[in-house]
Design a binder for this molecule. Structure first.
Ligand SMILES: [Zn+2]
Length: 291
């Protein structure tokens, strides 16, 4: 999937009346780059409308730059009146009047509400103008067939929201949450298939990824261990993590799986004729353990 991200303003634009260090253009420049990175982790091809923060570009052209994309998203923070207003605090998505972006817009507005903890709830709006959409960027996106929306990250006339948006850690959180919402909406998953087949470990344990990106779960698999040394039978739980110790396999029988970290960890063990547990070697031709 291809998505076009638009930093809503260029240069130093829309200073907050609550904090003179806040400019909407700074915030959206940072946020759109963070969101780009997060979306790329989902395998999305992301294009942006400006080569740098200093570049001015016509509204309509920025929307039309999304030709060939599945979504055009322009990032903003809103303003009400000219002074500080701590009462009004909600995210809004201004969507194409052809309703092509309503579903994703509603989800993104709800996402911003949840992450920023705004006072009022997120909403979507449609603003018709003389020649279609009132907003030039959205009109440009619609002209090239892209579902388009403007996403307002609450109000920089609100002191709390302004402070929130000035925290880079918060923007990281926002970008991740928005990328997750977009990925879920379009059915995108992180591209595990691009990693080579092999063993991977995270904080929960080891799993094995096959060539096609799938992984064994709730079953046995005959595999070579991570350093390429010994082979053996490994048992994986329903989430796909390698099991160790005494475990009940899907056949209802209990097996011992080597618990000692190292080249045999996870491999199935059997008892030899002296009753001592040892790693089971398997005769692949005769399909049984070598005892
Ligand atoms: Zn704006």
């Amino acid at each position: 999937m291809k998505i076009c991200l638009d930093a809503g303003h260029y240069g130093k634009y829309n200073q907050s009346p609550c904090n003179s260090a806040y400019y909407e253009s700074d915030m959206v420049w940072k946020l759109h780059l963070l969101l780009k990175k997060r979306l790329e982790e989902y395998g999305v091809t992301v294009i942006t409308t400006r080569p740098n923060q200093e570049t001015n570009r016509a509204l309509y052209d920025r929307g039309a730059a999304s030709a060939g994309c599945g979504l055009f998203l322009s990032l903003h923070s809103n303003a009400v009146g000219s002074g500080r207003n701590d009462t009004i605090d909600y995210p809004a998505a201004y969507c194409a009047i052809n309703h092509s972006a309503d579903d994703i817009a509603a989800k993104l507005a709800a996402c911003v509400e949840a992450v920023m903890q705004t006072k009022q709830e997120g909403r979507i709006e449609h603003v018709p103008g003389k020649n279609g959409d009132y907003y030039g960027v959205v009109r440009g996106a619609t002209a090239v067939g892209t579902p388009g929306l403007i996403l307002e990250h609450s109000f920089h006339t609100n002191a709390r929201s302004t402070a929130w948006l000035m925290d880079d850690g918060n923007l990281e959180k926002m970008a991740q949450a928005e990328a997750d919402v977009i990925a879920l909406h379009y059915g995108l998953t992180k591209q595990q298939a691009q990693r080579p087949a092999g063993w991977y470990e995270d904080e929960k344990g080891w799993w094995y990824q096959n060539e096609d990106g799938t992984y064994p779960k709730g079953c046995w698999a005959w595999l070579r261990e991570a350093t390429g040394g010994t082979e053996g039978w490994y048992l994986f739980d329903d989430a796909g993590y390698m099991l160790t110790g005494a475990q009940i396999a899907p056949d209802g029988k209990m097996y011992y799986l080597c618990e000692a970290p190292g080249i045999h960890e996870g491999q199935c063990m059997v008892t030899n004729d002296q009753g001592v547990l040892r790693i089971a070697e398997y005769d692949m031709e005769r399909r049984r353990y070598k005892l």
